[in-house]
Design a protein around this ligand. Structure first.
Ligand code: PMP
Length: 354
């Protein structure tokens, strides 16, 4: 607190990101990053763009990138909005599309940036409890509301909703914006992008941070019909004309162009997830069904906090949340085979000495 602060500063609840410690040899399974580096074509594109041209501002409309994303999804470039990570895209969506007189609905257990943005932009909200199996129940979203936002699959549970359910939700709320945050959709879910054509209230948010291994470049986007995208462009051009730098724009284009890298690495991750789930089940873990690049798992007799501390002592980082209903769970990002094996070895040591 300082007398120099504007009043809003003290009222904020800043998001707490997963740890990024600078310790060598850590097995980092705590921030849902991709365990493999990005496509070599991405690295080459960044090197090629690292020239004297960096003295020039980037294309403020990221035209080439929007065209590439549009072609990938079969939509028009006008229906694509890009931003500095999907977090920034989400911020504009909270400010410009989700703030209404009636409350915004989102699950009680979900991406913890939603309450942070709601507070920042003073959005009235009502949280909707997940059911006893940690599932989103569509009937619970049928009450009066100003808008809805859901991650699909949800985080940190990893549980996805089928496309038919998203379609039902979007159809039954034709007068409200429904925002579907597909940060983890490529690991087993079904995208709602094809619904955009027939639903002017739907906006789908995606990121290059997870399935494209570009968390460090900060590229995210949203797809919706023109009136919703227009709102985001008006906000962006009132805030920062150049959210994506030159390197991020070429990196993202090259990433979409390398289809083989994308398909291979997505499959490798899904395979590792299945193997890790099996190994954890053999060790008595209860695991929620995941369609993401992480799993949410608990072991009876252990709190998430104690188990994550025991793993930390063995140089393995996982995430736990000291929140009602989920404090016994660990959120474990899927790693390489070696990282998953290191986790299992460490768990066996922890349980042997407990
Ligand atoms: N949505 C969800 C559900 C996430 O878990 C994350 C990652 N923390 C994001 C959006 C933001 O990702 P990024 O800003 O890296 O695109």
């Amino acid at each position: 607190m300082s007398k120099f602060w504007s009043p809003i500063v003290a009222s904020l609840h800043p998001y707490v990101a997963g740890e990024q410690p600078a310790i060598a040899n850590l097995v980092k399974l705590n921030t849902n990053e991709n365990p493999w580096g990005p496509s070599l074509r991405v690295v080459e594109a960044i090197k090629d763009a690292a020239t004297d041209d960096l003295r020039l501002y980037p294309d403020p409309s990221a035209k080439k990138l929007r065209e590439t994303i549009a072609a990938y999804h079969g939509v028009s470039p006008d229906e694509v909005f890009v931003g500095n990570g999907s977090d920034e895209v989400l911020a504009f969506i909270f400010a410009g599309l989700l703030k209404h007189e009636k409350p915004l609905l989102y699950p009680d257990i979900t991406y913890s940036f939603y309450p942070t943005y709601s507070r920042f932009f003073d959005v009235k909200t009502t949280t909707v409890p997940l059911d006893d199996n940690f599932q989103i129940r569509l009937e619970d979203y049928e009450g009066e509301c100003g808008a809805i936002i859901l991650p699909n699959p949800n985080a940190p549970t990893g549980i996805g909703l089928p496309l038919a359910d998203i379609k039902k939700l979007v159809s039954s709320h034709a007068d409200q914006v429904v925002a579907i945050d597909e940060a983890y959709i490529d690991f087993g879910g079904e995208t709602a992008v094809p619904l955009v054509r027939d639903h002017d209230n739907l906006i789908v948010i995606r990121t290059f941070s997870k399935s494209r291994s570009l968390a460090g470049m900060r590229v995210g986007y949203a797809i919706a019909q023109r009136p919703l995208i227009d709102a985001l462009e008006r906000l962006k051009d009132s805030f920062n004309s150049y959210p994506l730098d030159r390197l991020a724009q070429v990196a993202a284009v090259a990433s979409i162009e390398d289809v083989v890298w994308f398909m291979d690495h997505r499959q490798k991750l899904i395979d590792n997830r299945q193997r890790l789930e099996q190994a954890l089940r053999e060790r008595g873990f209860d695991i929620l069904p995941s369609q993401a690049n992480f799993i949410f798992a608990r072991k009876s007799g252990w709190t998430g906090k104690d188990l994550s501390l025991a793993l930390r002592e063995r140089a393995i980082l996982v995430r736990h949340f000291d929140k009602p209903r989920i404090s016994d769970f660990l959120r474990i990002s899927i790693g390489t085979e070696e990282q998953c094996q290191a986790l299992i070895t460490a768990l066996d040591q922890v349980f042997a000495s407990a």
